[in-house]
Design a protein around this ligand. Sequence first.
Ligand code: GCU
Length: 329
Amino acid sequence: MRKVLLVAVVLVCVFFACRKEETSHPELVLRYADNQGHGYPTVEAAKYMAELVKERTGGKIEIRVYPDSVLGSENSVMEQMVYGGIDMSRFSLGTLSQFFPELWTLQLPYLYTDSAHMWRVLDGEIGDMYLQGMSDKGLVGLAWYDAGARSFYTRMPISSVSSLRGLTIRVQENDMMSRTIELLGAKAVQIPYGDVYSALQKLRIDGAENNLPSYVFMDHNQAAPYFYQDEHFRLPEVVMISNDARKKVEAVDPAFVNLITECAKESGFYERKLWQEEEKRAYEEAVQSGVKFTIPGEDDMLALKKAMEPLYQELGPKEQDIVQRIGDT
Ligand code: GCU
């Protein structure tokens, strides 16, 4: 009797092992691009999302995360997503608003009073409206990731907004971003993220602007050790899926379409936590590496905001209404 029982137990174990083996071959593999590297909050959050999706689809859908721009720069990934070569990606709002001009409103300098204000907006109706609004170009926004606030950093000391005059500053490949920087009297040069370090080293540019984690992660602090912490932009990141990929997901199981959105949103909360830790760590690393931080005084902040006023004055009525709603949130 004991022998029979033992055989039965072994058979049951073999059966479950085989089933596990079966589900380890996904029915659908989605390729996900990110231009940041392993360890960066957006990449770690994407891996977390991939785990959730794998677990909750019983292994039927696998998201393969390709970091470090291995699938191309953000602009190239955007084109590949529109034409169906890449299924999912994480984009900076700065890249997206060049393709989706309506997003420009969310990129206005000094739009939010602080991070909590931005999250009230993005977690609410306005944030949802923008995530949904990109589907006419074949893409759907699933969730927001944090990317903190962007400030200037330069090879030479800058002590006030007037020190920016005449400097050549790298910006993302985004015309409105160029215009913003030019309103401060600086010359804007559009360069892909991965080429900024070499542009600083070869003295092609005097400085750039980005958040602290990117500044340190990409070693820009080694080449441009003066950080002028004016926090002019708060540009979140967007996790996106192509409409084509969504259809493929639907074909596996229609319920998985919402499931992927939920996992993306959950990974968004995880990323925000990682982001806060990474901001602190990056600050400490920057200080240790000898970076000189300048926090603009009240007068300087007023001068910065005044210089950027034309961007608000040029908005159409619809955009002005959104800015008003953001202010009231
Ligand atoms: C941030 C963002 C990147 C973007 C970069 C840039 O670091 O996370 O996706 O490419 O800004 O300034 O280009």
